[in-house]
Design a binder for this molecule. Sequence first.
Ligand code: NDP
Length: 480
Amino acid sequence: MESKNWIGGEWITPQGEAIVVQNPSDTAQAVGQIRLSDQSHVRTAAEAAQAAFPQWAGLSGAARGEYLYSMAAVVAENSEELAKLASQEMGKPISEMRGEVTRGIHLLRYYAAEGMRANGSLIPSADRDVLQYTKRVPLGVVGVITPWNFPVAIPIWKIAPALICGNTVIWKPSEIGSLTATRLSELFAAAKLPPGVLNVVIGKGREIGSTLLEEVDLQAVSFTGSTATGRVVAESCARRNIKYQTEMGGKNAAVVLRDADLKRSIPIILSGAFRSAGQKCTATSRIIVERAIYPTFVELLQEAITSVKVGSALDPDAYLGPVASADQYEKVGGFAATARREAELVAECVTPETIKERGYYINPLVVTGLTPDHSLVQEEVFGPLAVVLPADDFAEAIELCNRSVYGLSASLFTQDLSRAFQFLEQAEAGMVRVNQETAGVEYQAPFGGMKQSSSHSREQGQAALDFYSEIKTCAIKHSF
Ligand code: NDP
């Protein structure tokens, strides 16, 4: 397979550098080839998105919704093939990737239905014979910049609400994930999405992404990725006074109190830490445990980790696969080496020798014995590495939980209802959960973080509609 741009309804293969995509589960296997775009492709995409805007914005919400329902249907018909391609391209186990594609289908249907829902409110006027109401209006051309860790769900949770609100879109997927993005676009094309409504440009973030940010007459940008790039996006948009949302890093804590049901909690904590090889912004990377249960917790964790299976992404029994790329392997490997040097080992899951040398596999690792300000406790690792921190009591556990520049997600394991409510109030995170993992938030609920994790707007659910539209206040004196 070869990546392609989808611009103005045309398929364009850029003639720039070709990059072979290696399967992270087995780097000797080529999954396909990416062809890098240049800045001219971004400019053409901008023209196409501008040209398509008036007609798309002029459709009724119901008509736009029908397109989204068709997109959902075509993705559903091709879901297995799409999931397999993504698994091979970025290493997410097929069992999880199937779930992600299903999530994408549900998101398309959810936002399709928004085309038929109320999009404003009636507000009383102080004057007589005046009808005053609000309505949502589209923004215009929207830029969508997505990462590789959810190559289907994240693009859809940005593109679907942008489209239902009447915007046209230029999508710059992550370079890792470009084949999946191409296939997803082909499915959207098969659903007869009109030309120019969605335009996809494959290429390097630094070149294509920055042309998109600096040169295109965008009215909004939605970004998910690293904190460093998120800041670049935010600065550029603030300079131009356009809307932006940046979903960035996390250092999410799972807090385990002395009364927690450990047998049920530990598998949930392991899932939060190691599913997707820890490459979720909501992954659990700090486990804060009340000292009273620390020895039992460690013992049960060591036992539970033996059931975790590291395998090739297409192995249906793999609990986690490799990390996504050579860059990830080097970066996460560096953190793992620091952990082995500077921390005490709590638990490790050993990757079978038969697959280890084939791809970018990193053993899931749990360590302890670090100060709360150690880099492994504070920096986003984005890999299968979790740090355990003991806490004397609930108050110290909360203090440790909040001792982070990030504030995306946090969870508490307890059977004490009043502690649970205290945690929900006091934890400094955009998503706070009890007896559930830090990852796995539902699409109909707002998604986003506090502190350095986000630009403080929210994605998904109804919140996305606020981002992708502007409110107009209308008033008409009808007896005049
Ligand atoms: P980046 O933030 O670099 O990439 C995210 C997206 O931004 C990609 O589409 C990328 O394109 C694009 N991009 C990169 N530079 C620019 C730029 N100057 N202007 C506009 N767009 C740009 O993340 P990485 O993929 O490099 O991952 C690095 C680290 O980021 C991970 O190890 C992890 O810590 C964190 N991360 C966090 C995520 C989250 O969900 N919070 C998701 C992904 C990563 P391209 O891929 O072509 O460079």
